[in-house]
Design a protein around this ligand. Structure first.
Ligand SMILES: *Cc1c(COP(=O)(O)O)cnc(C)c1O
Length: 404
């Protein structure tokens, strides 16, 4: 890790602006350039180089320039010692599991996670490689304690979780993991380091899909793992170099640029999403709203404790309506786009149907289909106005619209 100019003594906005950037030594430019090279000059005698080393720029799969700048920025934003950046959030998740777990190890993982985590742990790593896995409601600390085994190596959670917004207590789970010699990894994608910094709460590893809030503009994919030098070195050596999910220099540069405004964007996401959640909750034809910022949310008190600046931009909600009405509503939206992903500048909505393979893990309210809405940074009047006109056009009414 190169010497850092911007550590935790600086505020999150200062860190977001400056960390990882420096004056370019060749040109004097005050922004580091994009280095598209995939190979780097070797020393006079290369024979004693470790070709699998992630330490020095050697070959872009071992760590290129733009990747290293972004790693520095993200380590500083999350308050961790080191970071590895990969091609997608899923590359970061699979790379973590691959590096940390051996056959015979046991993993406890949250019953609400990104779908690839469910497939990796519930279907692939267990059957192909003999990793023991237990799916647990990690918002229930007693259930987590009861699931611990002598060979438990890792507890993996996501909070708030995708797509039900379930909240798990990071600090308590870190304590439980450490009491039993296990690691805690936290997928922090929904919160972003502006709202939640799991390492400060005791987590060993933080995983981010950079595709979402950290890039924030919906135009690049990436993933990151942040943690101690020891663990990150292991993930770099085993997963980055040998699984090969390397990020392109251009995507690393784009994400670096996007991350500068993360705090500003998150403020607007937090503010807009809370207003949309309250608006939706006031409508008689809305069957439920899941947003950790609402008092009605089961995890609200824990979220208030661990989400330092706000509750993020994602919420889920249901309608007292049939399947077709859901599709009609999305087709009438003009500001909000019907598309997967989340954490973009623009608002995105996705109708998750009744056939979800993990429905048995969701609360009853989610069983008749629901929307996941990623509230963007547009004007709040336009977002709520868009929902309002689409609901009306789809024949949903009787609403007591709250003042905004
Ligand atoms: C999108 C997402 C991922 C996967 O990230 P990709 O960049 O799409 O691979 C992982 N975790 C969460 C919570 C996500 O929302």
């Amino acid at each position: 890790m190169p010497e850092r100019k911007y550590g935790n003594e600086f505020g999150i906005q200062t860190r977001a602006v400056h960390a990882g950037n420096d004056v370019d030594q060749d040109t004097g430019a005050i922004k580091r350039p994009i280095t598209m090279a995939n190979s780097y000059e070797l020393p006079y005698d290369p024979t004693d180089l470790n070709w699998s080393s992630a330490g020095k720029a050697l070959y872009t799969r071992n760590g290129g320039a733009n990747q290293q700048y972004l790693q520095e920025k993200l380590a500083v934003l999350e308050g961790g010692e080191d970071c590895v950046v990969l091609a997608s959030g899923v590359a970061a998740l699979s790379g973590t599991f691959f590096a940390l777990l051996n056959s015979g190890d046991h993993v406890i993982f949250a019953d609400v996670t990104y779908i690839a985590v469910y497939r990796l742990l519930n279907e692939l790593l267990n059957t192909k490689y003999g990793v023991e896995t237990t799916l647990v409601d990690t918002s229930d600390l007693e259930a987590v304690k009861a699931a611990i085994k002598p060979n438990t190596k890792l507890i993996h959670i996501e909070t708030p979780g995708n797509p039900t917004l379930k909240v798990s207590d990071i600090k308590e789970l870190a304590n439980i993991a450490h009491e039993h010699g296990a690691y805690l990894s936290v997928d922090n994608t929904f919160a972003s380091p502006y709202n939640q910094r799991p390492i400060e709460l005791g987590a060993d590893l933080v995983i981010e899909s950079l595709t979402k809030y950290i890039n924030g503009h919906g135009d690049a994919m990436g993933g990151a793992v942040i943690g101690s030098t020891k663990l990150i070195e292991q993930i770099k050596a085993q997963s980055m170099i040998n699984l090969g999910g390397t990020i392109s220099p251009f995507n690393a540069w784009l994400i670096m640029r996007g991350a500068v405004t993360l705090p500003l964007r998150m403020k607007q996401h937090n503010e807009n999403a809370l207003k949309v959640a309250r608006y939706l909750e006031s409508l008689p034809f809305v069957s439920f709203v899941a947003y950790p910022g609402l008092k009605s949310h089961k995890g609200h008190e824990i979220a208030k404790k661990q989400m330092i600046n706000g509750f993020g931009g994602v919420l889920s909600f249901g309608l007292k309506a049939d399947h077709d009405t859901y599709n009609k509503v999305t087709s009438y939206l003009k500001v909000i786009t019907s598309a997967v992903s989340l954490g973009h500048d623009e608002s995105l909505i996705v109708f998750l149907g009744e056939e979800d393979e993990r429905q048995y893990l969701y609360p009853e309210a989610f069983h008749n289909g629901f929307y996941r809405l990623s509230v963007g940074i547009e004007d709040i009047e336009d977002i709520i106005g868009d929902l309002e006109q689409a609901f009306e056009k789809a024949g949903l009414n009787g609403s007591e619209i709250i003042k905004r």
